[in-house]
Design a protein around this ligand. Structure first.
Ligand SMILES: C[S@@+](CC[C@H](N)C(=O)[O-])C[C@H]1O[C@@H](n2cnc3c(N)ncnc32)[C@H](O)[C@@H]1O
Length: 223
């Protein structure tokens, strides 16, 4: 076995056990020496935020959290204030707030503006498996991922200065880093016109849907 095949087999074994967003975020912190963490959309901090082992700054923003958090406000308000206060950049930003495509796109762009050069943005709920799970409206009861996927598709189609993929785990964990990608050819980047039929037909290519065992290769910039 060649050295690169051996290394790939070892790192695959290492990442195979990652099945939740929390494990993924902690894996990134442990393997990349990340310090500062921001979570957009915290809700109950005991479910994810409190379990994140970032040794530096930990910030959470949410306009309606269930428990105390550092910033009780929307992500737009948070970024406006953070920039004004000359806030420190984050190594890792987890976007899990308002799951509507244009808000998610704004959250990604704002997060990139406050990200260290080797930093990573992770997004939850990128891979809805039914049309009903990816509506723009939410009744508070059904299984809902929202239209996060549309923001992923649009940025894969329009930004060749980023590397974007979705890990096939925990509702689809999207990852955005500075890098390169070949722009995806899409029927439209208009969120209203991009429909679930397109996602169903083109899911793997549209999302760049990858097994978690590809994580280390992707982090190193391999397509
Ligand atoms: C899916 S929950 C977050 C779950 C949490 N990240 C976890 O992993 O357990 C979504 C949260 O986003 C919050 N939210 C809604 N609109 C928001 C916005 N504009 N900015 C930030 N958070 C928002 C909601 O109040 C809600 O608590």
């Amino acid at each position: 076995m060649s050295l690169s095949r051996l290394l790939q087999s070892l790192t695959s074994r290492f990442t195979r056990g990652i099945t939740t967003r929390t494990q993924l975020l902690n894996h990134l912190i442990a393997t990349r020496g990340y310090q500062n963490y921001l979570e957009i959309g915290v809700r109950d901090r005991r479910h994810n935020f409190d379990k994140i082992k970032a040794p530096g700054i930990k910030h959470g923003c949410d306009p309606a959290p269930l428990r105390t958090i550092s910033h009780v406000m929307t992500s737009d308000a948070f970024f406006a204030q953070h920039a004004k206060l000359g806030g420190k950049p984050y190594d890792l930003v987890f976007i899990d707030g308002l799951h509507i495509a244009d808000q998610v796109e704004r959250d990604i762009v704002n997060a990139l503006d406050h990200l260290t050069p080797d930093g990573t943005v992770v997004l939850h709920d990128c891979n809805p498996l039914t049309a009903d799970a990816q509506t723009d409206d939410y009744d508070g009861k059904k299984h809902w991922n929202g239209t996060v996927w549309k923001a992923i598709v649009k940025l894969r189609a329009t930004r060749d200065d980023l590397a974007i993929w979705v890990l096939d785990m925990d509702e689809g964990c999207g990852m955005v880093r500075r890098g390169t990608q070949t722009k995806l050819v899409v029927p439209t980047t208009d969120y209203a016109a991009l429909d679930y039929a397109y996602l169903e037909k083109e899911r793997a290519a549209a999302l760049n849907l990858r097994p978690v065992t590809d994580l280390e290769r992707l982090m190193q910039g391999h397509a």
